[in-house]
Each structure stands twice: as C-alpha cells, then as structure tokens.
Write a protein that binds this ligand. Structure first.
Ligand code: R5P
Length: 311
C-alpha cells in the first residue's frame, strides 16, 4: 500500500510534485462553492488509507485554513485510516503569544481546529515558531528547508560572506545557515510598528566590506528584509545582498519594496504559490523532494533523521 496524497487548492502544483515523487496518483477531490460562499469539498476513495493532505495556509490564510479543515473532515469521514495534515507554510504561526491582553493566540486556535477536524499528525516546514509543537496534542514533524536553501545560495557567495538575521527571532535560523555555509553571522535589531511596517537601525556583527546573506523564515510584505538591507548597507556591507527565506508570500507592497538595485538574489521555496514575486531576482527551490522523503518514511514507520529542524 502506498501513501495517498490529497491536494487542497492552496498549492496543487506542490502536491502534484510530491505525488509524482512518490509515484502515487493524487486522490481526486471535487470542490463545490455554494452561492453564499460556503465550500463543499468531496474526496475520492480513501477508506483504510494512510492519507497526506497537502494544504499550506498561505494567503488567503483563513480561506485556506477552512479548506484544510473541511478536507480533513472529509478524509476522516471517508474512512481514512490515518490523516496527516501537510502544511508546509503554517499561517497564524506568528501569533504565538498575546502582544496585548485583548488579542487572540492565533497559532493555538489554528492548532486546536486542525486537531478537532481530524489530523492525526501535522507536517510543517520551518514554521515561524517552534512552540507550534507544544500547541498541538498530536505529533508535529518540523522539517527544514535550510539545507536546500543554503545549497542554492552557496555558489554565489564568497567565503567571507556574513549571514544576517533580520531580527532576533531569526537568530537561530542564521546560526544554522552559518554552520552549514561555514560563515560568520550577525543580527539586526528590529521593532515591528504594525503588520506592514518595521523599524531597524542597530546591527550586531561586522559586515564592513563583506557580502551579506540575509535569512528569514518568511517574507510577507518585505518590510523586514527591506529594513535589514538598509541597515547592512549603512554599516558598510558590499552593495549586493542575497536573501534566502523558506516561505515567500510577497503580499501587499513586497515586490516594490524588494525591487532595489542592491538585491542580487532572492531564494525561497515553493511552499506557497508566490503572488507578487514578478520582477524580482527570484529563484524557487522545490521542497517536494523533502516532503516526499518525509511522507515515504512516515508511511513506512521510519525515522526522519536529517530532515527535521535540529533541536
Ligand atoms: C517575523 O518575525 C518573521 O520572522 C518575518 O520576519 C516577518 O513575518 C516578515 O514579514 P514582512 O515581510 O512583512 O516584514
């Protein structure tokens, strides 16, 4: 018996690549939308199967989340033996604590509803917060695309390049890139002013006269990367910067913000379908092989050594 792949509509191309890598044809799914906007998906035959439902919850985040929930429920009711939610980009992960007493904790809410809808396991790639694991009562496999991204940027970087975290939250990520690439690292101090604006001025690390690789888990509006580029330039870095991020959402003003002569190369994965990356020096590394490898091993009850985010 093979692992069965069900594709939501958030990233059917990625699901197709995973299915092809596993030589397991996609399970047919029908989607019907009622006039009031209600969605009614129906999955094909999955009774007794080990199902992997591929649905990253990128933009539109809430719509894709609801579609994930309905598909989980459909698979469960169709008699699947086990259903794993494959959510390479996990929306709401940034809401992992309350900033003010009146806020919701979106990550926990998303974890609760995904579990309630029937996920036996969740597979994510470089989530914004590792605390996600503790928010779920079911196993969460946290895969990493860092080795893939580091391999993609390595040929274009000189040996004395510096890996820069654009904020404190990305420091561990920067250390992983720096260990893989054998380069030093530094960090920019960033303050978020709103969902789409940030302020960054200070830098810990030496970038004067050196090439810089800025790394982050995700690019949304581009504010964080834009600010980090200005800071490293102000501290004397080489004018051309490379950027690597696991998830490229490119929403709102991202394309305009990042269309700067100083951005030499921007590498992201295909975890989401890029909306506005056009015009950028963008290349995409596919995580289909990583996910297919993980799914194949989980299906055969083998360990995920070498695929997970190191602890
Ligand atoms: C936040 O801390 C994340 O790691 C990213 O830095 C952030 O979400 C990117 O968003 P934006 O591109 O809108 O600055």
């Amino acid at each position: 018996m093979v692992a069965r792949i069900v594709a939501g509509r958030a990233n059917p191309e990625l699901a197709g690549r995973i299915a092809a890598a596993l030589a397991s044809p996609l399970v047919p799914v029908q989607f019907e939308t009622f006039p009031d906007g209600e969605l009614r998906p129906a999955v094909g035959e999955v009774r007794g199967e080990d199902v992997y439902l591929v649905q990253p919850t990128g933009p539109p985040v809430s719509e894709n989340l609801v579609e994930l929930l309905l598909l989980l429920d459909a698979c469960r009711r169709a008699g699947a033996d086990r259903v794993s939610a494959v959510v390479p980009y996990f929306g709401y992960a940034r809401q992992d604590r309350r900033g003010t007493p009146g806020e919701a904790v979106g990550a926990r809410m998303a974890a609760d509803v995904i579990t309630a809808a029937g996920a036996d396991r969740v597979i994510v790639v470089d989530p914004h917060t590792l605390a996600l694991e503790a928010m779920f009562g079911v196993p969460v496999e946290m895969l990493s695309a860092v080795a893939l991204l580091a391999g993609a940027v390595r040929p274009a970087l000189p040996e004395d390049a510096v890996v820069i975290a654009p904020d404190l939250g990305a420091l561990k990520l920067a250390r992983r890139f720096s260990a893989l690439l054998g380069m030093g690292f530094g960090v920019v101090s960033k303050h978020r002013l709103s969902g789409a604006t940030v302020r960054a001025e200070e830098l810990v690390g030496d970038v004067a006269g050196r090439s810089v690789l800025i790394v982050d888990d995700m690019i949304s509006t581009g504010a964080t990367i834009e600010a980090a580029m200005s800071v490293v330039r102000a501290h004397g870095a080489e004018p051309y910067v490379t950027v690597a991020a696991s998830h490229g959402l490119f929403v709102g003003p991202a394309a305009q913000r990042l269309q700067r002569p100083g951005l030499r190369r921007l590498v992201v994965t295909d975890s989401t379908v890029h909306r506005e990356g056009g015009g950028l020096p963008l290349s995409t590394e596919s995580i289909a092989g990583l996910l297919a490898d993980a799914i194949g091993r989980l299906h055969n009850s083998q360990p995920l050594d070498g695929l997970l985010i190191p602890t």
